[in-house]
Ligand binder design. Sequence first.
Ligand code: ADP
Length: 326
Amino acid sequence: MGTIKCIGILTSGGDAPGMNAAIRAVTRSAIFNNIEVKGIYHGYRGLISGEIKPFKTENVSNIIQQGGTILKTARCKEFQTPEGRQLAYDTLRHEGIDALVVIGGDGSLTGARIFAQEFDYPIIGLPGTIDNDLYGTDLTIGYDTALNTIMDAVDKIRDTASSHERLFFIEVMGRDAGFLALNGAIATGCEAAIIPEISTEIDQLKELVENGFRKSKNSSIVLVAESPTTGGAMQLAERVKNEYPQYDVRVTILGHIQRGGSPSATDRILASRLGAAAIDALLEGQRNVMVGIRNDEIVYVPFSKAVKHDKPINRELLDTLRRLSI
Ligand code: ADP
């Protein structure tokens, strides 16, 4: 592989606050190093159809504070086929793009990994997902903002919940990862978090009810990670109605508000550092790695590790939540 003169950048899969800060950082850092930048719209779909535009520093002005992604995002079935990926490769050759920076979650980086192997093509991934479920990085871009959004919403629900004697299940996103639910529960002083990581070990609902809700409280709030493993808030509420009819249960599903909003300072700084590091990685000759952060240091995580391994939940957090909700 010769020197890299031009890179393409795209965002893919679920959007996350801070993706724009990452786009800005990648673009500016590339231009700083005399590398041309092309913005690819609508993720892998735009790579296949050629929705591409040259990016100058002005293209990324005034976006660091905006949620969503100016490059738009998409889910693209065609990229999951060898024919689709061949079309994507043809576009890259046609546009003279020597390397790609892909910002996205587990699915997007899985696609990047397959493509990079298939065509021996250099790709650097950035972890962009509110779920925080990529292995090898302490944080993903968007997670901190989503956590803060959850905190604000739960605080508001608590105001109304405490006026009645109710059990509230609040469902948060996470797609099979309990980070948002667990840390959200700690941040808002919830009774418990029901998370997929331990759903197969114990019946969390049974445990919660049998331990008895805190007597001194007149209402209880439980955060539930949306996942087939937990069953989600609706299914748990059904169980309560059938198995523990003495409780007056209510459900709130926070939904897409968790993806929106202006990124937090933590996410803006994280995205800026990771975006700049993506260009350093390319200049150092790194290929097919995700740039992450561990103990406040930039790390390069091979795609094979980042996407294949389940990131473990910190059990100390579970224990803290249990101890503090007595
Ligand atoms: P996220 O990146 O947020 O996890 P998705 O799981 O929806 O989002 O993945 C985004 C896109 O990545 C998919 O629409 C598809 O184009 C691509 N992708 C996901 N998995 C694969 C795969 N196994 N092979 C090729 N491309 C994939």
